[in-house]
Design a protein around this ligand. Structure first.
Ligand SMILES: [Cu+2]
Length: 162
């Protein structure tokens, strides 16, 4: 009996985790004490900003340059007709990096923290896919790119302010 009720509680826990990991954005069930917000970035290879960013030419994400505060959450959505990723680059300079290096395999989701040494959404499916939700933990600016379209300049930047 005990084992069975333990298993059923585990089942509930697993369900709760899978809901958090689901592809839709759940409405918050309670008011969060902080002022953190969820920022959505669209993956769109055809998106070319009219105005260049303060970091040079970045495009393919809408918006390509986002400013957030520490603790804010970020999610990528992909209405495009191709798979994209958002994968952190090993670079924290002031302009668009001249050489691109990904940390780890861009096809596999890893990280979950913007500012960690490596992070990636992994493949975000075309026609409405959504990435896991990432949290910004450290100030700075973080370039990221799509593993498939880095060669044609699909690059974005997240500026995390205090
Ligand atoms: Cu792409």
């Amino acid at each position: 009996m005990h084992a069975r009720s333990l298993l059923s509680s585990l089942g509930v826990a697993a369900l709760a985790i899978s809901v958090i990991g689901a592809t839709h954005t759940p409405k918050p069930k309670y008011h969060e004490a902080s002022t953190s917000r969820l920022v959505t970035i669209r993956m769109d290879i055809d998106f070319r900003p009219h105005k260049r960013s303060s970091f040079g030419k970045i495009e393919g994400y809408d918006p390509a340059e986002v400013h957030v505060h520490m603790g804010d959450k970020i999610q990528w959505v992909n209405p495009d007709d191709e798979v994209h990723t958002a994968t952190g680059m090993a670079y924290t300079g002031g302009t668009v990096p001249a050489s691109y290096k990904f940390q780890g395999d861009f096809t596999k989701p890893h990280g979950r923290i913007i500012g960690a040494s490596e992070w990636s959404t992994g493949n975000v499916a075309a026609h409405g896919g959504k990435s896991p939700i990432f949290v910004t933990k450290r100030t700075g600016h973080y370039f990221y790119s799509c593993g498939y379209h880095i060669g044609i300049g699909q690059i974005g930047v997240i500026v995390v302010e205090p």
